[in-house]
Design a protein around this ligand. Structure first.
Ligand SMILES: *[C@@H]1O[C@H](CO)[C@@H](O)[C@H](O)[C@H]1NC(C)=O
Ligand SMILES: *[C@@H]1O[C@H](CO)[C@@H](O)[C@H](O)[C@H]1NC(C)=O
Ligand SMILES: *[C@@H]1O[C@H](CO)[C@@H](O)[C@H](O)[C@H]1NC(C)=O
Ligand SMILES: *[C@@H]1O[C@H](CO)[C@@H](O)[C@H](O)[C@H]1NC(C)=O
Length: 504
């Protein structure tokens, strides 16, 4: 046995004792050697520990039983039994070796598979007993199954306790981040699953799981694999919206007990099967964009929720600096307008470069927020499409959208009101005007209807004369670019790459 662990015990015996106990029994050498290997390896199994110990003990019992009865067996039968015992033990040792070698995180994520593997092997052992030795009664199998269920529960609870312990947060997140992306996401998914099991309780366990899951998310910059947030991942703070528009209410929320988020309730949509299907489709796009942008130019969605009130909502990180226009008004003298406008264009480029392109549909100062380092983030992309799909009404005709008519391209305001990348470009230039003037587009025209009529005729906003607007960056080149974006014919407008080229 050499340097093998002194601490490895089976049925109260060390490997050395077991070897001594079976010494002198002819033919058992290989089996005993295998058993001792299993016992040593079992020490290193961390996932499904209790079930593995049960399997180890079954191996030991089998050998004891065989030793007791072998003298009563005719030699050929005994040899045959010994063969199958050796085969069985070798298989278990090989498996045990694999279970002992997986990393802690892989152990967590493959807990179910390992359980299954242990289960099938623990089942084979007594059957082996019955066929060749007839030692194990049916009753005992039943008991064993009972024990197995208990052990599985213990294993499960142990993992849950570990993952829900706030003091383990550092260790869990570091080891999770060290794994490959797929394992990491599996791990996060598993923790979300554990949250679901605790959704009713809202106790220390769910608080700890949330906390540790949040640490993994922020360290890995990976969003939750299940964006259908139905297990208390988000909690609403306060019973009144803190802001919003005609189409949407914004509440404050707390995400995984740690981060302040904006809860965006779309009032035109009810929570039902249809909206669920639509959101499930949308989250694909959300994660694709996150993978490319990581929240640099486009404000991400952390997920959506359908089981908290009559209306579904979407969840985005809270931005302290607020929306674009309030930010530039507050910080006029410090703002680098050129950089800000370029940042907005880069955000649109992210959306338009997706395949198929993501049309924002409602680009304006109110839908752009300011993130870290004063960086603009395009918010609520795809919302127009969601509302349109679920309600069956063109977004441009849906409730509360009239606020946006000053930014909409002429072709959007009439007929079917089809949104396109070209209408985003038109709205982008209106947003540039808004940023540089601190006023909504066509600010000299009081009524929105009048704006719609004039823009349909191909009338563009008047060039601002305020010298401050010029100082902020509205020079001839920028004005020229804006007018290109306002071309009446959508096809005549530059695409976002061309806009960016002209901006630099
Ligand atoms: C194995 O059987 C022999 C008798 O055949 C006995 O002396 C020995 O103690 C048994 N070993 C164990 C570990 O039960
Ligand atoms: C168990 O793990 C320790 C530490 O990683 C290692 O040194 C030892 O060799 C392992 N034991 C077996 C039987 O693999
Ligand atoms: C707010 O904007 C300023 C730049 O004006 C930036 O330094 C800061 O990081 C931003 N704060 C937050 C919380 O986003
Ligand atoms: C923009 O238009 C140019 C041609 O003018 C084309 O080469 C480029 O691929 C287009 N970019 C996008 C994102 O459509």
């Amino acid at each position: 046995m050499g340097n093998r662990s002194e601490f490895a015990l089976s049925l109260g015996k060390t490997a050395a004792q077991i070897t001594a106990d079976f010494a002198g029994v002819p033919g058992l050498g290989a089996a005993v050697e295998l058993l001792c290997g299993i016992i040593q390896l079992c020490e290193n199994v961390s996932s499904n520990r209790h079930a593995a110990i049960q399997l180890r003990d079954r191996c030991h019992t089998l050998l004891l039983a065989f030793n007791d009865s072998k003298t009563k067996m005719p030699t050929p039968k005994m040899t045959e039994a010994l063969h199958s015992i050796n085969d069985c033990l070798l298989d278990i040792q090989t498996k045990m070796d694999g279970w002992a070698k997986v990393s802690q995180i892989q152990g967590f994520t493959s807990q179910r598979k390992i359980k299954h593997d242990i289960d099938t092997r623990t089942r084979t052992l007594p059957r082996l007993n019955i066929s060749s030795l007839q030692l194990v009664s049916h009753m005992e199998i039943h008991e064993w199954q009972h024990d197995f269920a208990l052990n599985h529960k213990r294993d499960h609870d142990e993992v849950m306790e570990y993952l829900a312990e706030i003091q383990n947060s550092q260790q869990i997140s570091s080891s999770a981040v060290a794994e490959d992306r797929e394992t990491l996401r599996k791990m996060m998914g598993m923790m979300q699953q554990l949250l679901t099991e605790n959704v009713e309780a809202r106790d220390r366990t769910s608080a700890g799981l949330s906390n540790n899951l949040y640490d993994i998310q922020s360290k890995s910059r990976e969003l939750l694999p299940d964006m259908n947030l139905r297990s208390g991942e988000v909690q609403r703070i306060g019973s009144h919206p803190v802001s919003g528009s005609a189409a949407m209410d914004i509440y404050e929320g707390l995400y995984l007990g740690r981060e302040k988020v904006a809860i965006k309730i779309i009032r035109a949509v009810n929570s039902n099967e249809q909206s669920l299907r639509r959101f499930k489709r949308e989250v694909q796009i959300w994660s694709e964009i996150w993978k490319i942008d990581h929240g640099e130019h486009v404000l991400p969605f952390y997920g959506f929720c359908q089981n908290d009130g009559p209306y579904p909502y979407m969840v985005s990180p809270w931005q302290k600096n607020g929306t674009l226009i309030s930010y530039v008004k507050r910080n006029d003298s410090e703002v680098d307008y050129k950089r800000l406008i370029k940042g907005i264009a880069e955000g649109i480029q992210v959306l338009h470069s997706m395949s198929p392109p993501v049309v924002h549909g409602d680009i304006k100062g109110h839908n752009i927020v300011i993130g870290n380092y004063g960086r603009p983030l395009i918010a609520d992309f795809g919302l127009s499409q969601i509302v349109e799909d679920i309600t069956g009404i063109p977004f441009t005709q849906s409730r509360g959208v009239s606020d946006s008519y000053r930014w909409f391209a002429p072709e959007v305001c009439v007929g079917q009101g089809v949104l396109s990348v070209a209408s985003d470009i038109y709205a982008f230039a209106m947003t540039v005007l808004e940023v540089l003037t601190h006023k909504q587009p066509f600010s000299n025209i009081k009524h929105t209807t009048e704006v719609v009529i004039r823009s349909a005729r191909g009338e563009n906003p008047l060039r601002p004369t305020d010298p401050r607007v010029f100082e902020r960056g509205l020079d001839d080149d920028v004005w020229d670019l804006m007018n290109k974006c306002w071309a009446l014919e959508p096809q005549s407008r530059p695409n976002i790459s061309e806009v960016l080229a002209l901006l630099s």
